[in-house]
Design a protein around this ligand. Structure first.
Ligand SMILES: Cc1cc2nc3c(=O)[nH]c(=O)nc-3n(C[C@H](O)[C@H](O)[C@H](O)COP(=O)(O)O)c2cc1C
Length: 159
């Protein structure tokens, strides 16, 4: 996806969801995978979240990751773009709705242009991850353009 946004100076693909322990506010908070996850978020100008849907919701490991940053606030005022993708015609819309609720609770910057549902994803992206469907490519490009705009606006407000 980073090649769709040449203006980006860096793009980190986070693959550590399974390293995060189950969230428990009564357990020690300063464990390495959690500190690493929080630092990545602190350093990020914006975050893109793409999720499948399991049992009408987001995967437990993804929700667990959000729970780890509720009290520390790394997502607060962070511009986000969210995508659900599913082999089904519904495109994971229930997962996306649930994800948007969680991101509202976390205080992210988003609006109606910040979300994309990709139904029948297996007909649109091939096994090596390339987008083969022109409409999906355009929708993703629009989503990313809008995220860049929101990120730039946020940076301009800081100056
Ligand atoms: C236990 C289970 C529950 C699932 N629940 C949903 C669901 O509620 N909605 C949906 O759109 N897809 C559902 N799926 C399909 C997954 O979204 C799909 O398998 C996932 O995108 C992974 O794709 P893959 O088959 O390429 O690994 C489910 C799959 C499994 C195994």
């Amino acid at each position: 996806m980073s090649n769709m946004v040449p203006q980006l100076t860096g793009f980190i693909f986070y693959e550590g969801l399974e390293d995060l322990p189950p969230f428990n506010p009564d357990k020690p908070q300063d464990v390495a995978p959690v500190l690493h996850f929080r630092k990545l978020l602190q350093d990020a100008d914006a975050v893109i979240i793409c999720t499948p849907e399991y049992a009408f919701g987001i995967p437990g490991v993804l929700k667990n990751a959000f729970d780890w940053v509720v009290s520390t606030g790394e997502f607060n005022e962070k511009p986000v773009a969210v995508i659900s993708a599913s082999p089904l015609a519904s495109g994971g819309e229930k997962a996306l709705e649930s994800l948007l609720h969680t991101l509202t609770a976390l205080g992210t910057i988003k609006d109606e242009h910040s979300a994309l549902i990709i139904p029948a994803v297996k007909k649109k992206i091939n096994e090596t991850g390339e987008i083969t469907d022109a409409d999906t490519f355009k929708q993703l490009q629009l989503l990313l353009d809008y995220l860049l705009l929101a990120t730039q606006q946020k940076m301009d407000e800081k100056v």
